[in-house]
Design a binder for this molecule. Sequence first.
Ligand code: FAD
Ligand code: NAI
Length: 493
Amino acid sequence: RGARQTFGRVTLITILATGGIFYYVTQRERHPGPQLPHDPSKKSVVVVGSGWAATAFLKNLDTSDYNVTVISPRNFFLFTPLLPSVAVGTLASNSILQPIRYLTRHKSRRVTVIEAEAKSVDPVAKTITFADETEVQGEVSSTTIPFDYLIYAVGAETQTFGIPGVKEHASFMKEIQDAEKFKRRFMDCIESAGFPGQSKEEIERLLHMVVVGGGPTGIELSGELHDFLEDDLKSWYPELSNNVKITVIEALPSVLPMFSRELIDYTVSTFKESKIDILTGTMVKEIKEKSVVLQMPDKTMKEVPVGLVVWAGGNKARAVSVDLMSRLPDAQKNKRGITVDDHLRMAGTDGTIFAVGDCTSTQYAPTAQVASQQGVYLARMFKQLAKRDALLEEIVAAKLQETSTESLEKQHAKAEKLRPFHYSHQGSLAYIGSEKAIADLEFFHHKFSSGGVATFLFWRSAYLSTLFSLRNRVLVATDWLKVKLFGRDLSRD
Ligand code: FAD
Ligand code: NAI
């Protein structure tokens, strides 16, 4: 009995202590302390964007060394790997968003955050022009500011190759609004198919979901759609669910070219079991309001009726990046993105503009992994640059006082040596539906591939741990539990 009482007390104390720590951590997050004001003697750093590269930089930067300004049209960070889960209602939108001020308010020196879109960068005058393009604007909605250093991290936009009808009729899967719009349109297709008197052909058309692009975005979205169908729609729309058809269209001979052959085959066979059609070697040539025009592998053309098309055709440079590159035509010849050197300095500039993430064109794939490692690298480099600048000032002061500068100059020479960026690939992970995921991992230079339910659990835990904050982790874990208990929400909100 005594042992049971002791066990009970220990359990109670553990629960109370954990609750107390959790409460303390959340309150500390909610109520950040005072910050140092901007210091006119420090150099200014303007960060453009609030995505993977920019936030990794901001998280790791010692802001006591600089006056930092962030400019981004969205005042939050978006955890893109879980975007397809939002598109089918597995997760709520704000579970994978984190307002950028939750990060900047915790920095040692005040960081200015401006919700605006960069319109142009002048690499010679070292200025950036930006505008507030939101619905509500004040008297001033456009301005130009100077910078000492610019961290250019605007990401990329979706490549449409100028194919007719894509912009007008397709949904995308890049921003949070895309996922929300997709869910609304998807539910609209289902409800319209259920409208009385609809012909069999029209029901089949409305319930034909076409995903263009067999890259990881297209594959993950198709897998999530299949889960929505199996777990929820079959129960609530039994008369329609059998007509839902998902087709993935890929121009290349294979889907997921970045994964190993073994995992590509595993994905193809899982999709076959899930009755998701994959058409490889097939190119979308036009998207019409109610159909897609395909060029089949034998080069014949075919028009297929569709209810909803999602375009996941890859990346292209944003207009602001194209404009910036056009100002340095001799050094910026690659149309895919900004050319940088080994230290991520934009080619053709004097080393004050750094470009990171999807807006660059490098040997690395445009992934969150690369973008965040580049952000971390730059933050470290900026610590070194601050040290170098401080030493330079000390050398000048010592020279004025006619004291020895030998030791300072040695330290300065050391601080001048900047290490180049080195990317360390941690592997590739993707969800393929039916509670299965695929992973190509690397441990100590050994490659390891796996696919299935255990990999799905690994996928979930890996993303749960990489989410931006404790708040996001709690929200995502709660959403997963809610869906397990109550299913996905079918409301067309
Ligand atoms: P982004 O994260 O796109 O950030 C760009 C920022 O710039 C945004 O804040 C944007 O608002 C801002 N911006 C845009 N225009 C302007 C402007 N004119 N002025 C100022 N700011 C501007 N990668 C992985 O490694 N693993 C994954 O599992 C994975 N899953 C993905 C799933 C989906 C659905 C998608 C779309 C991508 C996924 N990626 C994944 C790729 C990954 O999201 C990108 O590589 C990553 O977002 C690149 O980071 P970035 O900082 O360069 O750009
Ligand atoms: P992607 O560039 O990887 O794939 C786009 C696909 O669309 C290509 O395979 C292309 O051949 C195809 N395509 C283009 N036009 C077409 C047409 N007209 N008809 C048929 N097919 C057409 O783009 P995605 O999937 O958006 O990924 C972008 C980046 O984000 C990649 O680097 C990817 O690795 C990364 N990412 C990583 C994820 C992960 O690791 N789980 C998840 C999502 C994205």
